[in-house]
Design a protein around this ligand. Structure first.
Ligand SMILES: *[C@@H]1O[C@H](CO)[C@@H](O)[C@H](O)[C@H]1NC(C)=O
Ligand SMILES: *[C@@H]1O[C@H](CO)[C@@H](O)[C@H](O)[C@H]1NC(C)=O
Ligand SMILES: *[C@@H]1O[C@H](CO)[C@@H](O)[C@H](O)[C@H]1NC(C)=O
Ligand SMILES: *[C@@H]1O[C@H](CO)[C@@H](O)[C@H](O)[C@H]1NC(C)=O
Ligand SMILES: *[C@@H]1O[C@H](CO)[C@@H](O)[C@H](O)[C@H]1NC(C)=O
Ligand SMILES: *[C@@H]1O[C@H](CO)[C@@H](O)[C@H](O)[C@H]1NC(C)=O
Length: 386
């Protein structure tokens, strides 16, 4: 009998580890949910990013039965079988859409310590803005407007480097300040910048065709970017979509060839190698892999062996266990009720942040609002507010 029981237990553990089939199979139901019908949001400028300290890749998704997109993460290794419950982790529920703002999704992780992220918001008047978004699911300061920025963050020194195409400058300042990107490091067009943390090297794409080499700590400030040494010059202008740098190579995606190429930093005008024969919506280099988002999938390709592996595939419409909206922690039951309210709809809870006036950022019922009315916010796409 005992043997039979442990055998049954073993079988249930095995099937449990494949994918969930009911909310009850996800541990702490209903705070932990079994969900499907997920879409990877990748075609409106959402990007992937890597939390190197925690070994996870972050990206933006949306479930068919939820209004708010979420930033989620999976491990950098394709290890779902080994870790079924915490494979897909809900990092943030992107609350905060209003009449004037549409929440687009993840741009970058600020750092492993704060777990703050930068998100892209589409403003109806000003165009896109880059905004800090906190782990408690609230929007913080606006960093850039009109065109989103590209950032390098150093949490240990509270430093933020900003490449802001709109102002044609690279700035150095403190992390997350409103309307204050700090002092000017470089002048001239900047489309994207990256560092590989070697000798403070800073690689700058001018947004047209050339990648230059500067420094995070230049001996003179205000140098014109086009006076810096050239690292790479793409023959077809405006075809570099994104680039990244390892200690040895430059990687870039090309919109005409629809490929990711690598060239050696030692000889960037030498031969190039095809790393991926597809144009990902976003990619990043880390630890011998190119991580990318493409056609509903998050994948990684080994830059040495070429081995391509899928880490998350929304097109399979598989069920995953995930925390209910806004909840955090291993058991998905963490919701700080001094700053949030728990709202139950059809037996499913969500943890909704409160604004300074005591109203929830979004609402489900009239009684949750000080005014006594919870209604659809005008031209917001359907979000409800007080
Ligand atoms: C989880 O519960 C919700 C709400 O009752 C339900 O809509 C959903 O289908 C359930 N998920 C599964 C996989 O049964
Ligand atoms: C995903 O699967 C669920 C459950 O089988 C189904 O209701 C839903 O329509 C599917 N979604 C897509 C996009 O295929
Ligand atoms: C699945 O999600 C899509 C888009 O998010 C939605 O239009 C569709 O109704 C959903 N299907 C189900 C069965 O929930
Ligand atoms: C350049 O400007 C940055 C940001 O204002 C400042 O931190 C740095 O000390 C300046 N460097 C020089 C060489 O003036
Ligand atoms: C890059 O190459 C093009 C020709 O392919 C040339 O016209 C252009 O001047 C080069 N840019 C720089 C900065 O050297
Ligand atoms: C969320 O976190 C930020 C930054 O720590 C803080 O300023 C803000 O008051 C918090 N808001 C809520 C609702 O907890």
């Amino acid at each position: 009998m005992k043997l039979l029981l442990s055998l049954l237990l073993l079988i249930s553990i095995i099937s449990y580890s494949k994918s969930c089939d009911s909310n009850g199979s996800c541990g702490n139901s209903p705070f932990t949910l079994c969900k499907n019908n997920v879409t990877l949001l990748e075609n409106d400028g959402q990007r992937i990013d890597i939390d190197k300290t925690n070994g996870r890749i972050l990206f933006t998704i949306k479930y068919g039965d939820e209004f708010e997109p979420r930033v989620v993460s999976v491990p950098l290794e394709p290890s779902e079988q080994a870790n079924p419950n915490n494979y897909l982790k809900s990092q943030n529920t992107l609350y905060g859409q209003t009449t004037y703002t549409k929440v687009i999704g993840l741009i970058q992780l600020v750092g492993s310590v704060s777990q703050d992220i930068v998100i892209d918001i589409e403003r109806r008047i000003a165009g896109p803005t880059s905004n800090i978004f906190f782990p408690n699911n609230t929007i913080g300061n606006e960093l850039t407007w009109n065109q989103i920025g590209n950032f390098i963050f150093k949490e240990t020194t509270n430093t933020q480097y900003t490449c802001w195409p709109y102002s044609s400058k690279i700035f150095k300042g403190d992390i997350g300040k409103y309307n204050d990107l700090g002092g000017t490091l470089y002048n001239g067009p900047c489309g994207e910048m990256k560092t590989n943390d070697i000798n403070n090297d800073l690689y700058i794409y001018d947004g047209t065709s050339v990648i230059y080499k500067g420094s995070l700590n230049p001996s003179t400030n205000g140098t014109y970017i086009r006076d810096l040494p050239i690292v790479y010059n793409e023959t077809k202008p405006y075809t570099i979509k994104e680039f990244d740098i390892s200690s040895t190579d430059l990687y870039y995606s090309n919109t005409i060839d629809k490929k990711i190429y690598s060239v050696s930093l030692a000889d960037t005008f030498g031969p190039k190698k095809t790393i991926l024969s597809d144009l990902p919506s976003s990619f990043q280099y880390y630890n011998n892999f190119i991580f990318y988002s493409l056609n509903g999938k998050i994948g990684r390709v080994n830059v040495v062996s070429g081995l391509n592996e899928i880490l998350f595939d929304s097109s399979l419409n598989k069920s995953h266990c995930i925390c209910a909206q806004g909840f955090q922690g291993e058991s998905c039951d963490h919701c700080d009720q001094s700053n949030n309210l728990i709202s139950w709809v059809n037996g499913i809870p969500r943890c909704i942040p409160l604004t300074s006036d005591g109203n929830p950022i979004t609402c489900d019922y009239d009684y949750q609002c000080k005014t006594g009315t919870c209604r659809e916010v005008p031209i917001s796409g359907g979000v409800k507010g007080c």
